[in-house]
Each structure stands twice: as structure tokens, then as C-alpha cells.
Design a binder for this molecule. Structure first.
Ligand code: ATP
Length: 582
């Protein structure tokens, strides 16, 4: 608990005043709870003894004023705790979101979306619940319990002493309840995270599911997780239900004991009727906190566990570190050198001993079998991952020495896995350069071949594309992704399988346009088609993480190796595409 508050302190400290004021209001509210039972008892004794109307009126007036004051205080402290909780979770959510923006690919590779979503929703809600409810409920019940005990002892130590024997029993049952229910809550949370992941995957993959007609399988998969979630909740409810009737029985036992012993004390003149009434009215102030103990402990444990998960996310460190005083040269020339670069994804070796260099304005093409490491190689240039061995230099400076944001803003990538935002086509193209004017957007669109299809949409550039680009063909999405990459006017352009889904004629045009604008730009083209790579200054043929052939188109044909065989395999396709000339 202390550890949790210590680590929460940076977020909480600015709300200390709010917390203290809200707590003071709660304590006053709790203190005033004594007035009604105490004054009622005193009034009853006054009435029994013949009474004084003026005293009765004063007493009733006092109870009324205190009740009104308590209503006001309750409103105030409720609002203050609510405000505190909302401010705190707003801040935490913001920090988590910023952290997510700064985490590297490795984190997202290994963390399921469902887990992150549960952190951002369920865990945040548990933290809010703690500060909005558990705090003031605990303060209130803590204080009324102690007050009630003190007043009871002052009125009649004998009867209070007897109650003191029952109190630990109820406290023990309540604690046992919280201990038994805790693992069930942990299971509920874990299961909720799994359920979230299944739903998320289902929604993202709805097209694949429909294509494979695997709805029944998906429903079954969901049902299993949903059933488990249901079972976990019922398990938790069963634990509550096992203990709650026992707690209620003890509450009644309190009444029985007070009535029985209280009556005997009155008969023996050891207690007044008014005192018994006060005792009776104070019983809930003893009973309720004990009943609520399990709920309060649970909410607190839930809060601690949730905050630990949030804290774990907030403490995640990106493996991609920036050096103390990074080089912050605004524009890079684009002279790239790989020196004996090797890279492993965890234990999986993916690139071995890669060395090559490319001068500004040159184009390097990467060709090779699936999984040979082409995308990985280019992702190292932007430091999405750091090399395991060797080094990469840009303009003769190791890339680790650059300011990461400057480095990445000099590199544009049209990724193989295209992601379009739910925004207009124009918004998607200008994503990296929001200040780009229409002329610049149109120019990028023209080069990327977007203009060839844009006019088929009524809204043209204002056409809003659905999530992930729903409503567009694969080739159309690729062209928007390409326009998004070139509009940035980067020093280094990486095209990862960017034209694989466009027809060969369009590809030919796009590559021609790119050649015109890429004179000063270092370009990487990853492709499977010879037509996409043949004009490159350097072609690297990759296999199993190694460069197995390198050279220009003509040099590689002369070698009569892998490139040569791919070339002849694809010749058939080219012949079908009459307009494309090799
Ligand atoms: N995030 C990742 N975590 C672990 N392994 C990965 C990851 N991404 C890729 N790999 C593995 O690294 C190897 C190289 O993958 P990469 O995507 O670089 O190949 P590629 O040559 O671009 O393939 P393709 O032509 O199919 O796009 C593959 O074995 C792949 O399974």
C-alpha cells in the first residue's frame, strides 16, 4: 500500500490539498453522525422524566440543523473525491497514452492489444473507484466505528465490553471474506483481458473471418472465453454469498445482545431507556464498518493490483535509447552504410553480417524469398529495432548518435502492412505533414498514382475512408500510403512492397515518376517483381538473413544465380503485360 502511494505520489501530490480538504469534510460528517443517536437518547430520558418542552424543541432543532449540515458536507466531500479521482485518472490516462507513443516495436510485438486496452479502461476504472469511493467510505466508517465505541464505553462499559467480544469475530469473518474473494477478482481481471483480446482480434480480423466462413468457430472461441468470464464472476459471487449471510446474522446478534443485556441493565437500574436507545442507534455505526471491511479491503487490493499494472506500463522503457547529446542535424544527406550488421528478434537470428553502402540519391533494391529479412533490414535504419552486432551509419555518423525524432523525420516509409486512419484521403496523405497545402497534397497524389482512381469517388480527396482503409482496394491503399511517404520530402525513402498490389502498367508509371523526384533521395525498394527493382543502382538479393547476390540488373543477370532465375520466371508475366518494356 505504502509502495503504491509512493509511486503514485508524483501524480497525486498536486491534489494533496483537495484530498486533505475532502478528508476533513468526511471526518466532520462522520463526527456529526453521533449527534442524532446521542441527542435522541438524551431527549427520551428527558421525556420519561417528565420533560421540558423547550429542551425537546432545542434537541429537535439541533438534530435538524446537524442533518442539514451533514447533507451539505456529504455533497461537498462526494464532489471533492469525485473531482480528485477524475483529475488523477485523467492524468494517468494521459501519461499512459504518451508512454504508449514512446514505446518501441519490441513492446508492441509482445504485448497483446487486449492487455493494453484493459490497462487503459478496467485498471483505470479501479483506480478511479478507489479515490471516488473507497477512500471516503473507509474514512467515514473508520471514524464512526471508533466514535461509536468510545460513546458506548462512556455510556455503559459493561455492555460495550460484551460487544467488544463479538466485534473481532465479525472483523475476522470480513477479513476472511476479503482474502477468499481476492483470487477470484484477480481471475476476473485476467479473464476480462482475454475476452477483450478475443473481441478486438475478431473485429480487426472480420474480413478474414468472413472469407473463411469461420463465424461458428469464432463464436465458439468467444463463447469459451465468455463462459469463463461468467464462471469467474459467479465464483466471486459465491464467495460473497457464503460470507454475507453470516455477517448479517452477526449483525442481528448485536441487536439481540444489546436488547437482552440492555433490558436487564434497565430493570436493575444500571442503565436508562434513553441510553439503551442511544446504544441501539449506535449499533449500525459498529456493524456497518465491520460488514464493509471486506468490500473496502477488496477495493483497496483491486486498486493496488490495478495501479501496479498501470505502473508497470508507465515504467516500461523503450529499448531504443537516445544518447545524452544527440546529433540534431536537420536534414540528412542520405549516405548510408551497413557495417557487418547482424540482428536477432530475441533469440531468433534474422540478419547476419550485412554490409553495403549507398550514396545520396542512389536506389537500393532488396529482393529475396519471403522471410529473408528485407523488411527487418530497412526497419533498422529508422531504429525501430537496434542492431545486435555491427553498426549502421548515415552520413558517416552511427545512427544511435542521432536525435531519434530527427532521424525518423528524415526517413519516410510506405510500409508493407498499410494502416490508414479513419479520415479523409487527403488527411491520410498529409498525415506526416499536417501543414501541407492542397498543391503539395495533389502533387504527392499525382506521383503515387492516387489521381488515377480518386475521381471515381464523389468526394474525391475529401472521401472518408473507414478504419484501416475500408472501402479501398489493396492497390488504392498502397498508393495512398506511397503518397503519404513521399509528401514528407524525406532524405531517405523506403518502399516496402509498395506497388505489389497495383497493376504493372500503373507500377511502371509510378516508378517513372519516382525516378524523376528521387534524384537527391536515397531510396530503398523492397519488391518481388524484377520490374520494380531492375533500374536500381544496387540490387541486394537476400536469402535467410544474408546477402547472397549483389550488383546491378545487368551484373546480376551475368551471374546467372537466383536473380537470373527469378528474372526468367517472371518473363512470362511480362510478356502478358504488353505495355511494360523491360
Ligand atoms: N516482430 C517480429 N518478431 C519476431 N520475429 C519477426 C518479427 N518480424 C519478422 N520476424 C521474423 O524475421 C524474419 C524476417 O522477416 P522480414 O519481415 O524481415 O522478412 P521479409 O524478407 O521482409 O519477408 P516478406 O518478403 O515476406 O515481407 C522472418 O523469419 C520473420 O518470421
Amino acid at each position: 500500500m505504502l509502495k503504491t502511494f509512493k509511486s503514485l505520489n508524483p501524480y497525486l501530490k498536486q491534489y494533496k490539498k483537495l484530498f486533505i480538504v475532502a478528508s476533513i469534510f468526511t471526518i466532520i460528517f462522520s463526527t456529526l453522525a453521533l449527534v442524532d443517536p446521542y441527542v435522541t437518547g438524551v431527549l427520551i430520558d428527558i421525556i420519561i422524566e417528565g420533560g421540558s418542552v423547550s429542551l425537546v424543541i432545542k434537541g429537535v432543532l439541533l438534530i435538524t440543523v446537524v442533518t442539514l449540515l451533514r447533507t451539505f458536507l456529504r455533497y461537498k466531500y462526494f464532489m471533492k473525491f469525485e473531482l480528485l479521482s477524475q483529475k488523477l485518472v485523467y492524468k494517468l490516462r494521459k501519461e499512459m497514452y504518451i508512454k504508449l507513443q514512446n514505446l518501441d516495436f519490441t513492446f508492441f510485438d509482445k504485448t497483446p492489444n487486449g492487455k493494453i486496452m484493459t490497462n487503459m479502461t478496467g485498471d483505470i476504472e479501479a483506480i478511479r473507484h478507489f479515490f471516488a469511493w473507497i477512500t471516503h467510505v473507509s474514512i467515514f466508517h473508520g471514524f464512526i466505528f471508533i466514535y461509536a465505541l468510545i460513546v458506548m464505553f462512556l455510556i455503559n462499559p459493561f455492555l460495550a465490553g460484551i460487544l467488544l467480544i463479538i466485534i473481532p469475530i465479525i472483523g475476522f469473518i470480513s477479513l476472511k471474506l476479503s482474502r477468499s474473494v481476492k483470487p477470484t477478482f484477480v481471475k476476473i481481471r485476467e479473464q476480462f483481458s482475454k475476452l477483450n483480446s478475443v473481441v478486438q482480434e475478431n473485429i480487426s480480423g472480420n474480413r478474414v473471418i468472413k472469407a473463411f466462413a469461420s463465424e461458428p468457430y469464432e463464436i465458439e472461441k468467444f463463447n469459451i472465453e465468455n463462459q469463463k468470464f461468467n464462471d469467474r464472476n459467479i465464483e466471486a459471487a459465491k464467495v460473497w454469498e457464503k460470507y454475507l449471510p453470516v455477517l448479517d446474522a452477526f449483525a442481528i446478534l448485536f441487536n439481540v445482545v444489546v436488547m437482552l443485556i440492555g433490558s436487564l441493565l434497565i430493570i436493575n437500574d444500571k442503565m436508562s431507556i434513553g441510553e439503551l436507545v442511544t446504544f441501539n442507534r449506535l449499533l449500525w455505526m459498529i456493524n456497518n464498518p465491520l460488514r464493509m471491511l471486506g468490500w473496502m479491503i477488496n477495493g483497496t487490493q483491486n486498486f493496488i493490483a490495478s495501479y501496479d499494472r498501470v505502473d508497470e506500463l508507465l515504467n516500461q522503457e523503450s529499448k531504443i535509447k537516445e544518447i545524452h547529446k544527440p546529433v540534431n542535424k536537420h536534414t540528412l544527406e542520405g549516405y548510408i552504410k551497413f557495417e557487418n550488421v547482424s540482428f536477432h528478434y530475441g533469440d531468433l537470428p534474422v540478419l547476419e553480417n550485412i554490409s553495403f553502402e549507398v550514396k545520396p540519391g542512389e536506389t537500393v533494391a532488396l529482393l529475396g524469398s519471403t522471410g529473408s529479412g528485407k523488411s527487418t533490414l530497412t526497419s533498422l535504419i529508422s531504429r525501430f529495432y537496434d542492431v545486435t552486432n555491427g553498426q549502421i551509419l548515415i552520413d558517416n555518423v552511427p545512427i544511435q548518435n542521432y536525435d531519434i525524432s530527427m532521424l525518423r523525420s528524415n526517413i519516410s516509409i510506405a510500409m508493407q502492412d498499410i494502416f490508414l486512419f479513419s479520415d479523409s484521403i487527403e488527411g491520410n496523405i498529409s498525415y506526416g505533414v499536417p501543414q501541407a497545402d492542397k498543391k503539395r497534397i495533389r502533387m504527392a497524389a499525382e506521383i503515387a498514382g492516387v489521381n488515377e482512381f480518386i475521381y471515381q469517388f464523389d468526394q474525391q480527396f475529401d472521401t472518408v475512408v473507414g478504419e484501416r482503409g475500408v472501402g479501398l482496394s489493396g492497390g488504392q491503399k498502397q498508393r495512398i500510403a506511397l503518397a503519404r511517404a513521399i509528401i514528407e520530402d524525406p532524405s531517405i525513402l523506403i518502399l516496402d512492397d509498395t506497388t505489389s498490389a497495383v497493376d504493372m502498367e500503373t507500377e511502371y508509371k509510378i516508378l517513372g515518376e519516382l525516378k524523376n523526384i528521387n534524384e537527391k533521395r536515397t531510396t530503398f525498394i523492397i519488391a518481388h517483381r524484377i520490374s520494380s527493382v531492375k533500374d536500381a543502382d544496387l540490387i541486394l538479393v537476400m536469402d535467410n538473413g544474408r546477402i547472397v547476390e549483389r550488383g546491378t540488373h545487368a551484373e546480376l543477370l551475368d551471374k546467372k544465380g537466383y536473380y537470373y532465375s527469378v528474372f526468367f520466371q517472371q518473363m512470362g508475366e511480362f510478356n502478358l503485360e504488353k505495355k511494360v518494356v523491360l
